[in-house]
Design a protein around this ligand. Structure first.
Ligand code: ATP
Ligand code: MG
Length: 340
């Protein structure tokens, strides 16, 4: 069964900017659905339309059986939204914040109390509910945000970058809560994130949006398999060289006729070469570039990660909180850092 069914959803802003361009996808009940895309791709616009905050120009979506165009009130009753600290009063306790939210949804006193206790247990804040939120850690804050988004038993919860600014341990902890929501409460989760590892770890399926269009949908494994083979990252640029792009372009031309090359992607200081098999391609790549007088400064190959999927489909490296990575080496450094 589908929790969300999106049908040719389109948003054209004044001035003719097509932010979302006839998008179709579906999200199943109880699924964790990752929604990824580079800056300006149309993620927020899509979520705003699904949350009935802005009206589509054309097309529509059905959420829990309600049409976002025809029955916005019905949709709002069935969805929860967890953004960055939305609506939390710092100078009130978690309990007071939850009560206030419960009143928005007109829950009666005893129902609300039962629900609050249930949610405090779920997000592991029981025992801390009478503390002022301003004394909470980042992770506790986020868990409170999640509880607040759930107070009215929504079928679908939108989580907008749920772990931004949290340390790795706390992030992993939040992931457990998100999984618990989907698994134990059968809540459908629509997740946006700029962290590829988060999308990979959490999502049952992922959609990648770019320039307002969905360019790939699948499980993380399917997406990785879809860019079959390995990825070889090489840099012909030394630290001092001015014309790095020139070297990259020369390398690209030099490898263009190799049968094992599936695709190539130039980055600021590296060239990503998608190959059918890394082990055999690697020596040939080096030989070939040397023959053409190009010196390879660094070279590495790996199985495709979701970062590679994203890069391959969008041609962009996703930004995250550590700042914009400009080379593939940055991504690998981060990957190693995460592992250690
Ligand atoms: N109110 C608006 N009026 C005009 N153009 C808009 C408006 N809101 C968004 N856009 C444009 O629509 C496109 C999609 O923007 P959107 O905010 O949906 O992207 P996003 O995927 O959420 O990006 P980010 O990762 O940076 O949050 C962009 O080109 C943006 O400039
Ligand atoms: Mg956005």
């Amino acid at each position: 069964m589908n929790a969300i069914l999106v049908d040719k959803l389109t948003k054209v802003f004044p001035g003719g900017i097509v932010a979302v361009d006839s998008v179709d996808f579906d999200v199943r009940v109880g699924e964790i659905f990752g929604f990824l895309g580079p800056n300006g791709a149309g993620k927020t616009t899509t979520i705003k339309m699904l949350n009935t905050l802005i009206r589509p120009t054309s097309g529509t979506a059905i959420i829990s059986g309600y049409d976002i165009r025809k029955n916005a009130a019905g949709v709002r009753r069935r969805i929860g939204y967890v953004g960055q600290n939305v609506g939390v009063d710092e100078y009130a306790t978690a309990w007071e914040n939850l009560v206030l939210y419960g009143h928005f949804y007109r829950l009666d006193r005893s129902t609300l109390k039962q629900r609050m206790n249930e949610l405090l247990d779920l997000v592991d804040l029981a025992g801390h509910e009478h503390r002022m939120v301003s004394t909470y850690s980042g992770g506790m804050r986020k868990r409170l945000d999640i509880a607040m988004g759930l107070i009215h038993w929504p079928d679908v919860v939108f989580l907008d970058e749920p772990t931004v600014g949290l340390d790795p341990q706390t992030r992993a902890h939040i992931w457990d809560y998100i999984r618990a929501l989907a698994r134990f409460l059968n809540v459908t989760i629509f997740l946006t994130t700029h962290y590829m590892d988060e999308a990979d770890q959490l999502s049952d399926r992922i959609a990648i949006i770019d320039n307002g269009k969905i360019i790939a949908v699948g499980t993380p494994d399917e997406l990785k398999k879809s860019i079959s083979g390995d990825v070889v990252i090489l840099s012909p640029c030394s630290a001092r060289e001015e014309d790095c792009q020139g070297f990259i372009e020369k390398s690209r031309q030099s490898l263009a006729d190799r049968s094992y090359v599936v695709a190539m992607q130039a980055m600021e200081r590296d060239l990503a070469v998608y190959v059918t098999e890394g082990e055999t391609a690697l020596p040939d790549i080096v030989r070939r570039l040397n023959q053409d007088g190009i010196e390879v400064r660094t070279i590495a190959f790996s199985r495709p990660s979701l970062d590679d999927v994203f890069l391959r489909y969008t041609g962009k490296i996703i930004r995250d909180q550590e700042g914009v990575p400009t080379t593939y080496a940055d991504i690998q450094r981060r990957r190693n850092k995460r592992k250690s």
